[in-house]
Each structure stands twice: as structure tokens, then as C-alpha cells.
Design a protein around this ligand. Structure first.
Ligand SMILES: *Cc1c(COP(=O)(O)O)cnc(C)c1O
Length: 399
């Protein structure tokens, strides 16, 4: 049967303690044991189904984790307090002093800063490369390389990683392929294409209401247990634990994820087509002009579309700022970082979410000043939105 992430989520059911249609929320930080022996066994990791302390795991976090594992087709998952809490614990779990990471150079600014400025303190070094060129990726692998790291659709340039090709390299050199799938939930299923570990910032599309931060690591039981190990597990020891109340609310939001993603994709595809036809420099993986359009088509779960993210280059930072302020003024969206909200969000990544990346490197990777990143909202009438956006563009003379 064909892999369908939304149906996998839908088929998972957990009832509440009293037959509630939603699972009960575990509102406790610690758990009692009937016998001292079971407490000891739980510490040793030998008492399945027993809860110990909520930094380790909670029923609510496990419910959410299982739904996310079902979505990604992995054995299990561990939810975290933020996307960075997921990514940093994965990388610190997989790498020790002296190890090396080969990473895409177009990644989330926080991840870039972590690899560039933070992990060298622990003797972990990273080569940032053009992930779309497998020959360069292979040439960057050294005897010390442990991890290949990328985003399935990159932030903010919307480059698409060839996950199957990267997975073949990872197998050849005995590396772990870690993929951040935040930009393309449901649409791309990296584990099904060979990724070993899949991370998300739940803050974005998956929760979808811009009211919390959250993250998840999806992987094998063995790896997730390693992360939670009381003696040397990065999630357990670094402590980026999600709160149970929040896990319960993210799970409820996930119930509508497939409908939201379809609407985000439909709206973004419509606008991308129009903007491109108007002569704007538009990047959207669903456009035939996108260099990875056919690769995305090979990888995607078709019914969820090419996602809600697009970029438009309006030439200069000043024009970008003028346009964004005007669009906000006319209630077309918000001048804000982040993504996956019901409302359209826009920002200029060069001076915001990717400002951690030095200007010279921004230029090298094609991140220009006038680039506006859009997370297209759930607008009911996207044609009306388009007309209003076009008017804004005309009013600031970018069209
Ligand atoms: C936002 C984001 C992150 C970080 O997630 P937080 O929840 O803010 O910690 C990581 N990767 C990508 C692609 C993101 O967009």
C-alpha cells in the first residue's frame, strides 16, 4: 500500500481515561511506583510502560510523538521543547569531539549558528556545502565525518535536497543522514527516502497556530532510546523537554494538518504562478522554472502539494521593507518571522532569520537583500489576495 502520512496519523487512536475522544493530559512531573524494584528497573531502562519523571517522558508527549512517528513512517519519536531542542540534541548525540559534519549551507539560521559557532567548542567541526551537488557532498566527506545534515526544502532559498542520493552516500560511508523537514511536512517523507533521523520544528506548520514553540526527533527505537537515556542521552540531559499540556494541544492541532497543508500549497502555487507571470523573480518548488522541480515531484506525496513557502526578489532591501510594511498595513499578512500560520507571514531573511550568516556567505549562496520570504496563509479567496498584493507591488513600484 502507498505510504500516506495523513492517513497514518488518522488511524492512530488514543482515548482519554474516561472514554474521552482526546487522550487525558498527564498533569504530573513525577510518578509513583508500587514497588521499589520497578523504580530501579525503570532507571535501568528495563520497565516498558512505566513513567519515571517528566523530563524523561510523559504519556501526553508519547501520544504526540507516536502521531509524528506515524506521519514520518519511523519506529518512534521524541518530542522536544523547540525545533532547536530537537536538532541540537540529535547532533550532540551523534557526534563526539573530533567528529565532522557535512551540512547544507542553506539551513535555518539557528542551526547554522549552532554548527558554525557552538559545536566547535566541543571539537565538532562542520563543512557547509552546496547540498544540491552530490559530487561536492561526497568530496567533503572525511574519515571523521559522522553526519550528513540538510533540510528537505531549505530555508530560506527553497533548495531541494536529493534525499535518496544523500542516503546512498550516507550508507556508502557509514554516516547518519539527518533531515530537517520543517518546511514540507506530509509533502515529503524523508525517512521513506532513506533518511536515518527526521527533525521538525513543530512551531511552524505542524502546530500551525503560532502560539508555541516545539520540536520532534523521529527515528528508530534504538536512537530515540539513546536520546532519552538517563546516563548519556542528549534529550534527557540537556533538558529541552516539551510540557504535557502543550503536547496535548499540538496533537489536537495536528488533526487538521492535512487540510491546512493542502490549502497552504494551493494558495502558494496560485500566487507563485501569478507573480512569475507578472515578471517578478519568484522561487517556488512547484514552478517549472525551479531547478529542483522534477526532483521534488519524484519525492513528494502528490496530494499535499509543494508547500506554503515562496520567495520573491524585489531588488533591494528598501523596496522589500516598503512592500512588506504596505502589505501589513492593508492586512494581507504580518511582517513577522516564522511560518505555517493561518495568516500570511513575510520577512526579509537576509536581515532577520538568516542574519547569523555573514553577508559574504549570504551572497555566495544567492541570498540577496531584496529577497522576501512568504509563508502563505489559509486565505479563503486567494484571487482576491493576489489582486490586493499586486496593487501593493504597483504602489511601491516593484511591478
Ligand atoms: C524554525 C525552524 C527551526 C527552529 O525551530 P524552533 O522551534 O524555533 O526552535 C529549525 N529549522 C527550521 C527549518 C525552522 O524553520
Amino acid at each position: 500500500m502507498k505510504f500516506n502520512p495523513a492517513e497514518n496519523i488518522q488511524d492512530l487512536q488514543y482515548f482519554g481515561e474516561f472514554g474521552g475522544v482526546n487522550p487525558s493530559i498527564s498533569d504530573s512531573s513525577t510518578y509513583t511506583f508500587l514497588s521499589a524494584k520497578t523504580m530501579f528497573d525503570t532507571f535501568e531502562g528495563n520497565a516498558d510502560g512505566c513513567y519515571l519523571y517528566s523530563r524523561h517522558s510523559t504519556p501526553s508527549n508519547l501520544y504526540l510523538g507516536e502521531a509524528l512517528a506515524a506521519m514520518e513512517g519511523t519506529e518512534t519519536a521524541n518530542v522536544t521543547a523547540s525545533g532547536m531542542g530537537a536538532i541540537t540534541s540529535v547532533l550532540l548525540q551523534l557526534c563526539s569531539s573530533g567528529d565532522h559534519i557535512v551540512s547544507s549551507r542553506t539551513i535555518y539560521g539557528g542551526t547554522y549558528a549552532f554548527l558554525k559557532n557552538f559545536t566547535p567548542k566541543f571539537g565538532i567541526t562542520t563543512s557547509f556545502i552546496d547540498i544540491t551537488n552530490l559530487a561536492i557532498v561526497e568530496a567533503s566527506i572525511t574519515n571523521n565525518t559522522k553526519v550528513l545534515y540538510c533540510e528537505s526544502v531549505s530555508n530560506p532559498l527553497l533548495e531541494v535536497a536529493d534525499i535518496k542520493g544523500l542516503s546512498a552516500l550516507a550508507k556508502k560511508y557509514n554516516l547518519k543522514l539527518v533531515v530537517d523537514n520543517t518546511f514540507s511536512p506530509l509533502s515529503i517523507s524523508p525517512a521513506k527516502l532513506g533518511a536515518d533521523v527526521v527533525c521538525h520544528s513543530l512551531t511552524k506548520f505542524i502546530n500551525g497556530s503560532s502560539d508555541t514553540v516545539g520540536g520532534v526527533v523521529c527515528g528508530t527505537k534504538e536512537f530515540i532510546n539513546d536520546l532519552r537515556n538517563v546516563n548519556d542521552g542528549a534529550s534527557m540531559l540537556l533538558g529541552a523537554t516539551m510540557d504535557s499540556l502543550r503536547a496535548a494541544s499540538v496533537l489536537k492541532n495536528m488533526r487538521t494538518l492535512h487540510i491546512r497543508i493542502q490549502q497552504h500549497s494551493k494558495n502558494a502555487a496560485f500566487l507563485a504562478d501569478k507573480f512569475e507571470a507578472d515578471g517578478l523573480k519568484t522561487v517556488y518548488p512547484g514552478l517549472e522554472s525551479h531547478s529542483s522541480n522534477s526532483l521534488y515531484k519524484q519525492m513528494m506525496n502528490t496530494e499535499y502539494g509543494f508547500g506554503g513557502m515562496l520567495t520573491v526578489d524585489v531588488g533591494s532591501l528598501q523596496k522589500a521593507n516598503e512592500l512588506m510594511e504596505l502589505m501589513q498595513h492593508r492586512n494581507l499578512g504580518y511582517l513577522a518571522v516564522s511560518l505555517g500560520f493561518y495568516k500570511t507571514l513575510f520577512s526579509a531573511p537576509g536581515t532577520s532569520t538568516s542574519s547569523e550568516i555573514p553577508e559574504k556567505e549570504q551572497k555566495e549562496m544567492g541570498l540577496s537583500d531584496g529577497l522576501i520570504r512568504f509563508s502563505i496563509g489559509l486565505d479563503n479567496n486567494i484571487e482576491r489576495t493576489y489582486k490586493m498584493m499586486k496593487k501593493c507591488m504597483e504602489d511601491v513600484n516593484v511591478l
